[in-house]
Design a protein around this ligand. Structure first.
Ligand code: PMP
Length: 415
């Protein structure tokens, strides 16, 4: 792997960081692993793996129920994880943090528990054309159920939202706007501050799908003033099976429960029940306790590096990768937003993305090929699939060189 001359962000010791991720030493088909599928899920550092082990060695019990030491430890750890999430996104209170299975469940929770109460026949739900299926299908289900209408902010050829069109699409019937903060196909960072301001001027709440933004950008929900924010632990170094719905208190207070069962109740009679305080009102049943411990460790790990530095480093990597990829003959990149993150979707003319992904896998490189759970984007671009490389804080400039050299080799091999 040859390193071309690049400016590295000061004090970002990527080699030191890589030591914390044992999986990065794996050999794939005899080659060093180059993991470029971070938009799908990320690898886990030792402190996260240790936290999971430590939980089962020393703390395992159910939460919020029994009065014994292990139950107290499990409950304390689970609630400390909630506090850590609140601090990470600068929420005012941990009451605003609901643990879910991930981004998908968080959005379903809002579409179901908020939507069924506040969206009526003829009301409008505003989405964008660049949503992941997770921020599309729950709203389709709601709209079909209550007779609401879906509206879509279009994207331009560059993969940028047409904000002027957004303004004309707003109406007196718009009840909610739900959009991705950062696209998992184009990498575009959407102008959410502006969209939120315009929505709030008309009294409309905004849900942000933060699956791709919270892992990579410093987030301040108070500054953004979003009403709901959904994200997943597994895309930010934490375990799978846990994620977050952040919401403003008054919204949570006024929403119906999402699921019924243990923990979410205050009192239960045979015929009816009363609800627990927020956030517990939305956490029916035994939660993913060990994942909360692991997620807490992941948040501490990211905080110890600093999210601004993570963003800066990834920006350098992305700019470098884009410049090098553009030099590969026949390579088309989808999305050209000035404000973007480290997700690059592309195709090489005449080469199917699945064949390319398989070729790269033979060289130890993990990328994604497919529709990226965004079939409407593919349809609008008139393609079936793209290849996608996505970066995180442990990727290196040398890996990008190796990746781009392998793209060239793929062209020679197939074409
Ligand atoms: N939204 C976006 C933008 C995503 O990239 C993803 C994951 N690919 C999701 C939602 C869904 O996340 P999860 O599968 O963790 O629920």
């Amino acid at each position: 792997m040859q390193l071309e001359s690049v400016v590295r962000p000061a004090e970002f010791d990527v080699l030191r960081i890589r030591e914390d991720f044992p999986i990065l030493n794996e050999k794939i088909h005899g080659k060093p692993l180059v993991y470029l599928d971070n938009a799908a899920t990320t690898q886990k550092p030792l402190p996260v793996i240790d936290a999971l082990r430590d939980y089962y060695l020393h703390h395992n019990a159910n939460v919020h129920r029994a009065i014994h030491v292990l139950a107290e430890r499990a409950t304390e750890g689970y609630e400390k994880a909630r506090q850590a999430v609140a601090e990470f996104i600068k929420a005012r209170s941990e009451r605003q943090i609901i643990f879910t299975r991930g981004t998908t469940e968080a959005i379903n929770l809002v579409a179901s528990a908020w939507g069924r109460k506040f969206v009526r026949a003829g009301d409008e739900i505003m989405l964008t054309e660049m949503e992941h299926h997770s921020n599309l299908v729950p709203w389709q289900i709601l709209a079909q159920e209550v007779g609401a209408v879906l509206r879509f902010i279009p994207f331009t050829e560059e993969g940028i939202l047409d904000v002027r069109r957004f303004e004309t699409l707003l109406s007196g019937r718009t009840r909610i706007i739900a959009l991705s903060h950062m696209s998992n196909v184009f990498g575009t960072i959407n102008p959410i501050k502006r969209i939120i301001r315009m929505a709030h001027d008309r009294g409309i709440p905004v849900l942000l799908d933060g699956a791709q933004s919270v892992p990579h950008l410093p987030i301040d929900v108070d500054f953004l003033d979003c009403d709901f924010l959904a994200f997943s632990s597994h895309k930010m170094l934490g375990p799978t099976g846990i994620g977050v719905l952040y919401a403003k208190d008054h919204l949570l207070e006024n929403m119906n429960p999402y699921q019924g069962g243990g923990e979410m109740i205050s009192t239960v009679w045979l015929e009816n029940s009363t609800w627990n305080e927020i956030p517990h009102k939305f956490e029916a049943g035994t939660p993913n306790i060990e994942a909360a411990f692991g997620f807490h460790a992941a948040l501490d790990y990211l905080q110890s590096i600093g999210m601004k530095r993570v963003t800066l480093y990834e920006q350098e990597l992305t700019t470098y990768a884009l410049n090098r990829m553009k030099q590969v003959e026949g390579l088309n990149i989808y999305g050209d937003a000035p404000e973007r993150g480290g997700v690059i979707s592309f195709n090489i003319e005449g080469l199917h993305p699945h064949d390319l992904a398989q070729f790269l896998d033979q060289h130890g490189i993990a990328i994604r090929a497919g529709h990226h759970c965004a079939q409407p984007i593919m349809r609008k671009l008139n393609i079936a699939a793209t290849a996608r490389a996505s970066f995180y804080l442990y990727n290196t400039f040398e890996e990008i060189d190796y990746f781009v050299d392998s793209l060239r080799k793929a062209r020679v091999f197939f074409l």
